[in-house]
Design a protein around this ligand. Sequence first.
Ligand SMILES: [Zn+2]
Length: 283
Amino acid sequence: MIESKLRDAEQIAEKLVKDEGLSLPVDVLSLAASREITVVAKPASAQGVSGMLIRSGEQFAIAYATHIKSEGFQRFSVAHELGHYFLAGHPEAVFRNGEVHESRAGFASSDRYELEADHFAAGLLMPSHLFAAASGRYPDGLEAIRGLADECKTSLTASAIRYAELSEAAVAIIISRGSSVDYCFASSSMRGCKGYRHLKKDATVPRDSLTRGFNQNSKNVESAIEDGADSELNLWFHVDDEIPAYEEVIGLGEYGRTLTVITADIPADDDERDSEWSGPRFR
Ligand SMILES: [Zn+2]
């Protein structure tokens, strides 16, 4: 039920992009201006607040937090507030306790309306039809994620999650800190590998992985160092067959975490079986 609500929020944003004839990078400021919504930058009033939607009579205004310098994060915050404006039932819900709504964007909240607004933001900034077309111009893996982040003007993390969701390649992205996994997203093709078992939150980063060694030096993370090495899918995920993989890492700077991208070379017959999987696809 909640899953379909989240998908709806994403699709409403994607339809808006089509209807308004928007292209990448989606200009959230002109979209707000077209609805006479004022957008202002301001320091966050409370910890973890990414932005605010303010209502005064029929007028709306958005304030977005500037404590995280990343343009991608700030754009995501504005897009999240636009979600509360455009999604049915949101104004009623977010203004139930007053005329100012404080948001915690970036999948940091488990509140239904916050999550829907996050999915709206992902759909608005990285609409699947434009994202898929752009993705085809890059080789699979970190290079694609970086290229997409550049074209969409979204954070590396948000772009990586979207890439894992929409890519037709066998890829997984992992966000980790030290020896612990924060979360992992895998493409449908990756999840289709025989015997695949997903890496859960708080799992241990594999001892012999590039990521494990990389995370031991905090300078790697702070200075956004990159590295890559041949690996095996079995090192990261349980799968029945031995499948060669490539592991890429990049430090996420002030976020204090590492993005790992695993790209697997799955045999052709696994590819075919995968065609039974549903969901958005590339190419
Ligand atoms: Zn919100």
